[in-house]
Write a protein of this length. Structure first.
Length: 505
């Protein structure tokens, strides 16, 4: 597909319209596959956050909430469905922008846009279903009382998202937040904001009530931090690095503001000796090289049974050599560039540290020779790894897999759990009972059996340990934005009778 000569020049999306950032500053957009500057995005600051939060508050309370926050879920569902339809109409264009902005292969970006549309549709259905779940009765042990539960939108929510799946990660928050009746301020990553700004255009096209969704782009410290600390933001939903997550939690704690955190990972993939090696190799590749390994749940620690380790690694290298690494717009590309120069340097430093610490770079570890420009890194396989090495312990967020061998199931589980993170884990074996045992033993929020990475909007997503807390997607994703209210009624004609009535004399 041909790249457009220019990307759209957008403002901040606040109160249903476009606004220039208060300080007039903009940030360059660099295509990481060519290193060319292809446009710019607005750089919001605290002044803009103020406007966006105020627009969201107005939208939440407008007309007593009749048109949004207290409207039947079916009303909000109509808007979500309209957004989904527009995303589908614009799928190719949005995918192209996502690729130009992030370096991911166009096929992957197109798949992401399908997931975005599906997520809006899914939460439209849950918004409709919410009406029927209101006033759910609670069974009480005293007949004189009746109790039921209302589920109400939390209020104005701040949604702060990363660059690896820019529009999809934003949608995982925007769709359920809007379905619940919240109003929102979305702050996507400064490294890839183009498609999120287009979402603003879509909201305007479908006539979403002004202020229901506001989108402010800019740096984390200048736009994200004031959003997280804003006293009129009722909840922060964050996806990003563990370091930033910690900061957000500290800030939010000052106001006892609820947060949900989807953070980093260092997930294991355990492969036993009873498998079809090529099938397992393909999952290992998908688990760590899809999206150039910039996946929170990447299974970047490969644990191989010692009996198959040599054969497995030979095949892994052969498959890795056959990946098409190219401009991500080229047909059949399966490994694009990483998102930025900063990320490129960070990944390269991880590889050189691994080498210095005594690990072996079995394959890759460098820029592909045929690509002179762009932030490309070969798929990289690292062996002779010890559990004290940085490459074993820290999230790389690049196309880098490190490998260790094991002898017994117990040893495999110990290695799998040898991490501060707890987002995901995977096991490949023909022995399904063993897979079930291991899925219980792995300390993570997600376990894949005989695969790695498939993700469905219906199933809960989120981590344990330093990978965060709270769950996105499914019903759990909607509950993130709902507050549960108990309503209890005294329904007897009799006086309560705890106090003796005062004397009538
Ligand atoms: N668990 C998940 O579902 C999931 C999904 C995708 C990415 N991630 C994680 O995200 C990380 C990569 O994303 P990233 O580099 O964009 O993360 P990041 O933490 O650098 O940035 C994430 C977002 O936070 C903002 N931000 C930065 N500093 C801030 C501050 N002080 N206050 C408020 N906001 C601030 C950024 O501008 C960006 O919008 C990886 O660690 C990855 O594992 C997790
Ligand atoms: C689940 N996924 C891969 C879309 C996003 C995690 O980075």
């Amino acid at each position: 597909m041909a790249a457009p000569s220019a990307i759209p020049r957008r403002g901040l999306f606040i109160g249903g319209g476009w606004r220039e950032p208060s300080l007039g500053r903009r940030l360059p957009v660099v295509n990481p596959a060519t290193e060319a500057t292809i446009g710019d995005i607005p750089a919001a600051t605290a002044e803009d956050v103020e406007l966006a939060v105020s627009a969201a508050r107005d939208a939440f309370g407008r007309d007593g909430g009749r048109h949004w926050s207290r409207a039947p879920g079916a009303v909000r569902a109509k808007y979500l469905k309209a957004i989904a339809a527009k995303i589908k109409d614009k799928k190719s264009y949005l995918a192209l922008l996502e690729t130009l902005d992030s370096g991911k292969p166009l096929d992957e970006a197109a798949g992401d846009m399908e997931d975005v549309a599906a997520c809006f549709e899914y939460y439209a259905d849950l918004a409709e279903a919410l009406d029927g779940k209101q006033r759910a009765p609670i069974s009480l042990p005293m007949e004189k009382f009746e109790s039921y539960v209302l589920k109400e939108p939390i209020g104005v929510v701040g949604l702060i998202t990363p660059w690896n799946y820019p529009l999809l990660m934003a949608t995982w928050k925007v769709a359920p937040a809007l379905a619940a009746g919240c109003t929102a301020v979305l702050k996507p990553s400064e490294l890839a904001s183009l498609t999120c700004l287009e979402l603003g255009g879509i909201c305007a096209e479908i006539g979403l009530p002004p202020g229901v969704l506001n989108i402010i782009t800019g740096l984390g410290t200048e736009a994200g931090a004031p959003l997280a600390s804003h006293p009129h933001v009722d909840k922060i939903a964050f996806t990003g690095s563990t370091e930033t997550g910690k900061r957000i939690m500290i800030t939010a704690s000052q106001m006892v503001k609820p947060v949900s955190l989807e953070l980093g990972g260092k997930s294991p993939l355990i492969v036993f000796d009873d498998v079809d090696i090529d099938k397992a190799v393909e999952w290992a590749m998908f688990g760590c090289f899809a999206n150039a390994g910039q996946v929170c749940s990447a299974t970047s620690r490969l644990l191989l049974h010692e009996k198959i380790a040599k054969r497995f690694l030979d095949r892994l290298v052969a498959w890795a050599k056959s990946i098409k690494i190219s401009d991500p717009l080229e047909e059949g590309c399966r490994l694009g560039s990483v998102v930025s120069e900063g990320q490129y340097k960070k990944i390269m430093k991880f590889i050189s540290t691994a080498r210095c610490e005594g690990a072996t770079i079995l394959y890759g570890g460098a820029r592909p020779q045929h690509l002179k420009r762009g932030f490309f890194i070969e798929p990289t396989i690292i062996t002779n790894v010890s559990t004290s090495m940085q490459i074993w312990r820290e999230e790389v967020f690049g196309p880098v897999i490190c490998v260790k061998e094991f002898r017994t199931e117990r040893e495999a589980v110990e290695l799998a759990n040898d991490t501060h993170y707890g987002l995901a884990g995977a096991v490949i074996s023909n022995d399904l009972e063993r897979c079930e045992r291991i899925s219980k033993a792995i300390q993570s929020g997600i376990v894949w059996i005989n695969c790695s990475q498939p993700c469905f909007v219906q199933a809960p997503w989120g981590g344990n340990k330093r990978s965060g807390f709270g769950r996105e997607l499914g019903q759990w994703g909607l509950d993130n934005y709902l507050s549960v209210k108990q309503v209890t009624k005294y329904c007897s004609d009799e006086p309560y009778g705890w106090y003796r009535p005062p004397s009538k004399l």
